[in-house]
Structure formats: structure tokens, C-alpha cells
Design a protein around this ligand. Structure first.
Ligand SMILES: Cc1cc2nc3c(=O)[nH]c(=O)nc-3n(C[C@H](O)[C@H](O)[C@H](O)COP(=O)(O)O)c2cc1C
Length: 176
């Protein structure tokens, strides 16, 4: 069961050369976690394996980002994004995440594979108010309409920055 954690403002940062790796089964249950992942989120391997990846979901993250993440993976495409994650002690850490579908040698979906690196502070500064606004839109709408409306807001932001699409914006924030 997902632990009930009260978020606090203690931030942890990945080192410049650190990378977090995890793998999941096709349903998003964790099947592998590397040492840095366990160290930063504060859960031992026993509490991560076979558990849904939303164990580290932070309440500051808009629903729509995860909907987009799963829609992207289900279309056999890779996802890039900036994600704020919740630690076992209520702290948080930001990552730049890449998630890809993982196929076995017969072409059958084996699960998903994610690698995260330290995001530039400039990207977090841009996205924090955007995610806050998306969350507010989701809170003010019904569960079915919320993610769609907040995604429309994100598309507006993408248009205003002149980026071609979501991936162009995200990749340009990673490498300004
Ligand atoms: C390989 C993989 C890695 C993921 N990594 C994260 C992550 O670091 N943080 C997170 O909140 N969700 C992550 N997710 C998405 C979660 O499965 C989940 O959709 C998300 O936490 C939202 O929770 P919810 O689906 O219960 O709303 C990942 C999913 C996959 C397949």
C-alpha cells in the first residue's frame, strides 16, 4: 500500500554525474531500482520492488503530466519530462526523466525503463509556476475534465515560448 507521507520543503539534489535508474513491469510496478534511486528517495529495495511507481508521486505534480507520460509510452514512444518526486521522509527531488518501453527479443512488451539526471535549476524555475497553475486548473475541474484542461494550458505555454511541441520545450529546457 502507498505510504501516507506529509510533504515538506527539504530538497535533495542529484549530483552532476548521478543517474537514477528504475524498471517496471507493463503495469508500472517497480522491478528494479539502482542504489542512487534508493538513497535519494529513502526507501530500501524491499519497499520498492513490486510496488507501483506512484509510491514517489509528489502532490505538486499535475495529473496531466502522468496521463501524457502513459499515453506516450502506450504509443510506443519515449517520454521526456521534468518530475518532482516525494521522498519517504516528505522531502523532494527534481529529475529530468527519460522513460522508454522495453521489449523482449520476441518484440513483446517486457516493461518500462527510466533513467533520470539532475535537471538544470533554470528548467525547474520555469516549470514550477506552470505546474502550479496546471494543478490549480485540475483542482477546479472534474477528474475527467481536469487533465485535459491543464494540458490545454500547457499547450498554450508551449505556443507562447515558440516551441514546436511538448518534447521541443522539454528538451530545450534541459539544454538551454
Ligand atoms: C518506468 C516508469 C518510471 C516512472 N517514474 C516515475 C517517477 O519517478 N515519479 C512519479 O511520480 N511517477 C513515475 N512514473 C509514473 C507512475 O507510474 C504513475 O503514473 C504516477 O506516479 C502517477 O500516479 P497515479 O498514476 O497513481 O496518478 C513512472 C512510470 C514508469 C512506467
Amino acid at each position: 500500500m502507498k505510504p501516507k507521507i506529509t510533504p515538506n520543503n527539504n530538497e535533495r539534489k542529484l549530483g552532476d554525474t548521478d543517474f537514477i535508474v528504475s524498471k517496471t513491469d507493463p503495469n508500472g510496478r517497480i522491478t528494479y531500482a539502482n542504489r542512487i534511486f534508493m538513497d535519494i528517495c529513502g526507501y530500501p529495495e524491499t519497499q520498492l520492488l513490486n510496488v507501483q511507481h506512484n509510491i514517489i508521486r509528489h502532490p505538486d505534480m499535475p495529473l496531466c503530466v502522468f496521463k501524457f507520460l502513459w499515453d506516450t509510452l502506450k504509443s510506443n514512444e519515449e517520454f521526456f519530462g521534468f518530475v518532482k518526486n516525494l521522498c519517504a521522509d516528505g522531502g523532494y527531488y527534481w529529475v529530468f526523466a527519460n522513460i522508454t518501453p522495453d521489449y523482449d527479443k520476441h518484440g513483446k512488451l517486457h516493461g518500462y525503463y527510466s533513467v533520470r539526471r539532475k535537471p538544470p535549476q533554470s528548467a525547474i524555475d520555469v516549470l514550477t509556476p506552470v505546474y502550479r497553475q496546471m494543478l490549480a486548473i485540475e483542482r477546479d475541474s472534474s477528474t475527467t475534465e481536469g487533465p485535459q484542461k491543464s494540458f490545454e494550458y500547457l499547450l498554450d505555454v508551449i505556443n507562447q515560448t515558440g516551441a514546436k511541441d511538448y518534447n521541443s520545450l522539454v528538451l530545450s529546457l534541459y539544454k538551454p
